[in-house]
Design a protein around this ligand. Structure first.
Ligand SMILES: Cc1cc2nc3c(=O)[nH]c(=O)nc-3n(C[C@H](O)[C@H](O)[C@H](O)COP(=O)(O)OP(=O)(O)OC[C@H]3O[C@@H](n4cnc5c(N)ncnc54)[C@H](O)[C@@H]3O)c2cc1C
Ligand code: HEM
Length: 427
């Protein structure tokens, strides 16, 4: 038996698993033909009255919200805004049954548990019924700071990463109220309750990796430093046909053999992205020019490095672009974690030309005895001399050997079927 910690990579609840196995119940359903995201965008922009209110916005009481709890009359509330999701029902990638869990109630928590990053505001713009009527006791959410306080001093202590801000009360005396929150000034909410924060980045370089994959270098706004922890991802957001579309991507290092990202300036992000012929987001990304802008979220994800601290052997199972989180793990294991005696990557692809950073991986393996890579192709050409086939239990048994006294850690990433199969075999 391998001593494999139960936490695999990506974690069972992480969005890195495109559809995590069982537990969280996040499963994409097969949508009827003509019900893709682009179809929804076209339908919602067609000018039809999707709320039944002919463009009017209303204040919705809790009692009113509760009444709209049927499949053919379904309202839901997210972050204080009420939407009529009846017309969206057949377009929801999570299916009708899931969406009905939100019927007639505040579904903010449910929504966030499943897909906090989904930009419902933009997708459901035409379905907006109105705002929830405020309840007497909910005023303490934020405050109109500038009418009560004035900024006095700001001290920064770079060495400890702290900022000290001193504010002065404008008028002496007790505040009678805290006022209303300014839009986006929701800093009295916990991070998990806040919508994702995006910053405007610039595409500064695009480098071809293979026939369909590129590394996109994005520059953060001037003065912004962002550290994306290993194993976490960011969300990219773009306006496509007047609707915001969001997709997650895992930053990679600039290369496999150079210094790690954290020793470089953290003002740039490198994203290795495969462009799909029918991909909504990646097709748009592929049309961007150097100098074009793109919104990038703060890092998200549940992966934690602490389980790796006492590992001696790191096994990485990747398929296709499931390679991206492995890049920084490889760097980290080889450069910063002396306890890890061996890092082995088993990399599954269809054809040889699909293998990402093939020569870099070979070079790394040739120069660092602690690193080993093996490729398995499902559709090899005649000239391929390496292994072929698909992921099976016997392939994994052969690969995941546990030397005496070792502590092995296995990370797996790829399309849903791949992560489910591999975690099934390993656990
Ligand atoms: C946490 C996380 C991190 C990710 N990191 C990366 C990354 O670093 N690099 C990267 O290229 N992608 C990554 N992805 C996948 C990415 O988010 C998008 O799903 C992908 O770019 C396709 O988006 P799209 O809008 O172009 O395609 P869509 O319009 O959503 O789909 C178009 C077609 O592509 C196929 N397709 C879409 N996504 C996948 C997939 N992941 N595997 C197999 N087929 C697929 C679908 O079958 C569909 O037919 C990550 C996904 C997750 C969940
Ligand atoms: C009301 C507004 C909602 C909108 C606009 C919405 C939109 C979406 C979108 C765009 C996806 C695809 C996600 C992706 O490709 O990454 C999705 C998937 C999904 N949704 Fe929703 N959703 C809503 C509410 C809910 C609620 C309340 C639930 C659960 C109770 C839910 C459960 C799911 C599930 C299980 C999936 C499939 C798994 C996944 O792809 O992450 N959704 N939804």
């Amino acid at each position: 038996m391998l001593n494999i910690p139960t936490q695999s990579f990506p974690a069972p609840s992480s969005q890195q698993r495109i559809a995590p196995s069982g537990q969280s119940g996040r499963n994409k359903v097969a949508l009827k033909p003509g019900h893709s995201l682009m179809d929804w965008i076209r339908f919602s922009k067609s000018g039809k009255d999707l709320t039944g209110l002919r463009g009017r916005r209303i204040e919705v009481t809790e009692e009113e919200l509760q009444k709209h709890n049927r499949r053919d009359d379904c309202w839901t509330c997210i972050r204080g805004m009420v939407y009529n999701v009846t017309p969206y029902m057949d377009y929801h990638p999570g299916g009708e049954e899931e969406l009905m869990k939100a019927a007639g109630k505040d579904a903010t928590d449910l929504f966030d548990q499943v897909h906090r990053w989904v930009n419902y505001e933009s997708m459901l713009k035409e379905c907006l019924v109105g705002r929830m009527a405020a309840k007497g006791s909910t005023a303490l959410k934020g405050m109109h700071i500038h009418s009560f306080l004035s900024l006095s001093t700001v001290h920064t202590a770079n060495s400890v990463g702290k900022i000290q801000i001193t504010m002065r009360k404008q008028a002496k005396g007790k505040w009678e109220s805290l006022g209303q929150p300014l839009e986006f000034h929701n800093t009295f909410q916990r991070k998990k309750d806040r919508a994702l924060f995006y910053r405007d980045c610039v595409l500064v370089a695009k480098t071809e990796v293979n026939h369909n994959t590129f590394v996109f270098k994005l520059q953060l706004p001037r003065g912004t430093v962002m550290h994306v922890p290993v194993g976490k991802h960011v969300y990219l957001k773009a306006l496509i046909q007047d609707t915001e579309v969001v997709r997650p991507y895992t930053p990679v290092d600039q290369n496999l053999t150079g210094p790690t990202q954290h020793s470089l300036q953290e003002s740039d992000l490198y994203l290795m992205i495969k462009v799909y012929p029918d991909g909504v987001f990646t097709q748009h990304l592929n049309t961007l020019h150097i100098g074009d802008h793109l919104s990038v979220s703060s890092p998200e994800g549940t992966f934690s490095l602490h389980r790796l601290l006492d590992a001696t052997n790191l096994y990485l199972l990747a398929a296709g672009t499931g390679f991206t989180p492995m890049v920084r793990l490889i760097h980290l294991a080889l450069q910063d974690m002396d306890g890890i005696r061996k890092t082995k990557l088993l990399f599954f692809n269809r054809r040889e030309e699909d293998i990402l950073w093939h020569s870099e991986l070979d070079e790394l393996a040739a120069n660092d005895a602690r690193f080993q890579v093996e490729y398995i192709l499902s559709e090899p050409s005649e000239s391929w001399t390496g292994r072929n086939g698909r992921v099976t239990e016997s392939v994994l048994n052969e690969f995941l050997i546990r030397p005496q006294g070792s502590k092995c850690y296995v990370c797996t990433c790829g399309p849903t079927a791949f992560t489910e199969l591999t975690t099934g075999y390993v656990l």
